[in-house]
Design a protein around this ligand. Structure first.
Ligand code: GLU
Length: 373
């Protein structure tokens, strides 16, 4: 297992409310130790994204300290708790040279392609800053029942998918998957590793672990998260993170369940693009761009000769050669209208034409799948 942690290029780590707080107080020493663990990963040139729960848990004191039950009480508790949580994370992590960047996401940000592109570009930009550490939580204060994840396990998996991470680590108070619920069945066997999840594994998971009333996860949401990650070519590690230095403990072989993916993140993404994209328009390119695309490059404005159809940023488009042959499909970072304005432009002219500085490529290579490739 330590091999998976050692070799991952990009790791999304989710910490549950039960780790962040105890009786409404932040576990400052635990967080400081976590910061040191994350520093060891970034020193090893691994990208790290932290999905932190705990806003409701540390904010509930402001509402009188009881367990919030109604949605608006949870939302208000999160509103009080989120800045407290960030302040605590800042205290704990800045000593390790991290600069924290908060991103509060809603379900829409990961389910709608256009917002997904924005969120991804923002998180990539944060990760490119030396010491930049994205801290993600759900935007609990605005997310109502129909539009919320409700649990950060799946949110973390979506973030891992969005960022083509190769490892998702779910730290909570359970050390992995068991053949039965270990709280009620003493013959339950721990499962150290699985290659993909079956309906039997899902059946083993049992319901949400709502005993504390503060976190919303449980083994069921962890397995749903692992399934999302699996589909995205990302491994998932489920482990008990309550002890100090939970990542170091994992490197040293602490008990966990590892769900191994069968594809790389890139292969999974290309497969997803190939099966999901129904083009809403066509971008025509010159011979030079067609050759560059065949070689695996992104599509730049300079190689575009024309555009058909009306579509917005985030739409699926087909790319055609000068002979009118489809060569690729992808997700566009520009609308049809803007593409018509910047077709044939060098990248440094785009800003003058559009009045805003857009993305360098019209279709990024990661958002592009070649036909017949
Ligand atoms: N977003 C919630 C919080 O910060 C936690 C959700 C969960 O328990 O996974 O309190």
């Amino acid at each position: 297992m330590s091999a998976v942690l050692a070799s991952a290029r990009r790791i999304v780590i989710k910490v549950g409310s039960a780790l962040i707080s105890e009786s409404g107080d932040v576990r400052e020493d635990w967080l400081t130790a976590l910061g040191q663990d994350l520093k060891a990963l970034t020193d090893n040139k691994q990208d790290v994204v932290l999905v932190s729960s705990g806003a409701i848990a540390v904010g509930r004191g402001a509402l009188g300290g009881g367990i919030p039950r109604r949605l608006e009480e949870k939302q208000a508790a999160a509103a009080f708790g989120q800045p407290r949580l960030m302040a605590a994370l800042n205290r704990a992590f800045s000593a390790n040279g991290f600069t924290l960047a908060q991103a509060l996401l809603t379900l829409d940000d990961t389910e709608h392609r256009r917002r997904w592109l924005n969120a991804r570009a923002t998180l990539e930009t944060i990760l490119a800053v030396p010491g930049g550490l994205p801290i993600i939580n759900e935007n609990d204060t605005v997310a109502t029942d129909e539009i919320r994840y409700g649990d950060n396990d799946r949110l973390a998996a979506r973030v891992a998918q969005m960022l083509s991470a190769d490892l998702l680590v779910l730290l909570s108070d359970v050390d992995g998957l068991y053949s039965a619920d270990p709280r009620h069945d003493e013959t339950a066997q721990h499962i150290a590793e699985v290659d993909g999840l079956t309906s039997e594994h899902i059946a083993m998971a049992g319901g949400a672990n709502t005993a504390s009333g503060l976190g919303s996860g449980g083994m069921a949401t962890k397995l749903m998260a692992a399934q999302i990650a699996y589909g995205a070519g990302c491994a998932t590690l489920i482990a008990d993170g309550r002890g100090s230095h939970p990542i170091t403990a994992l490197k040293q072989g602490a008990r966990h369940t590892l769900v191994r993916p069968s594809l790389t993140p890139r292969a999974a993404r290309l497969q997803w693009l190939a099966s999901h994209l129904k083009p809403e328009g066509v971008i025509h390119v010159d011979a030079g761009a067609a050759t560059a695309l065949s070689g695996g490059s992104s599509l730049l404005p300079v190689g575009i000769t024309g555009v058909d159809g009306e579509f917005e940023r985030g739409a699926a488009i087909a790319i055609h050669t000068p002979q009118g042959e489809p060569i690729a499909r992808g997700v566009t970072a520009y609308s049809a209208r803007d593409i018509a304005l910047i077709a044939g432009c060098r990248s440094d002219e785009v800003e003058t034409r559009l009045g805003v500085r857009g993305r360098p490529s019209v279709v990024h290579r990661d958002d592009l799948v070649r036909d017949n490739a």
